[in-house]
Design a protein around this ligand. Structure first.
Ligand code: SF4
Length: 201
């Protein structure tokens, strides 16, 4: 099973910056067995890009389910370490689909990051409280999404966070940096501004 893949935005970003960037995805919002994979999702469920298009093609969807099942096992960290050794990413976007659904699951990713200090990991997340309760290694970055149930916990003055705009000029005049085209622009390694703008499609 491919644990690390490349969606079209991730591919485009890799090419633009000349880096090896991969993404890891589990089912968006809930698994086929009905388990919630984005427990703090809010309005985003209505417009979730990961519940449509290529994400739900019949040849792709089962892979998301399989990866989710693996995340629940004790073997997840080892398997991910092996995948990283094989694919040699520079950057991993954790969750192009899905979210940190439990503190135990989050700890598995932190263990992977500690095992792989040369790889940089990042996520957009609605699990604001969970992430605020851990110390992240230096090779981990988090961008809080402004569309979840815990958005009131985001301190927009200092927390890296997203806001969705209708167009580019609105985004720029609000003082945000556009990461709609190139995903790494959302991260601390490519952009010192913690205000991350996305354009609604
Ligand atoms: S958190 Fe992300 S994957 Fe989950 S429902 Fe919201 S937009 Fe979709």
């Amino acid at each position: 099973m491919n644990l690390l893949t490349q969606n079209s935005k991730i591919k485009k970003t890799s090419k633009k910056f000349g880096v090896r960037l991969f993404n890891f995805g589990i089912p968006a919002y809930k698994s086929v067995s009905g388990k919630i994979t984005c427990p703090f999702a809010g309005d985003c469920v209505k417009f979730c890009y990961a519940q449509k298009g290529a994400y739900i093609w019949s040849n792709v969807k089962p892979a998301f389910e399989k990866r989710y099942e693996l995340t629940k096992t004790d073997d997840f960290v080892n398997k991910m370490n092996e995948e990283i050794a094989k694919k040699k990413p520079d950057y991993v976007r954790v969750h192009d689909s899905g979210d940190y659904y439990s503190p135990a699951y989050l700890q598995k990713w932190l263990a992977v990051a500690i095992h792989n200090p040369r790889v940089r990991f990042y996520s957009y997340t609605n699990s604001v409280e969970m992430l605020k309760n851990v110390t992240l290694p230096a090779n981990y970055d988090i961008i809080f999404s402004d569309s979840g149930k815990q958005k009131h916990l985001i301190d927009e003055k200092k927390d890296r966070h997203t806001r969705i705009f209708h167009n580019h000029s609105e985004l720029i005049s609000a003082g945000y940096v556009d990461s709609s085209e190139y995903d790494l622009m959302a991260t601390k390694w490519f952009n010192k501004n913690h205000k991350i703008g996305l354009i609604f499609h």
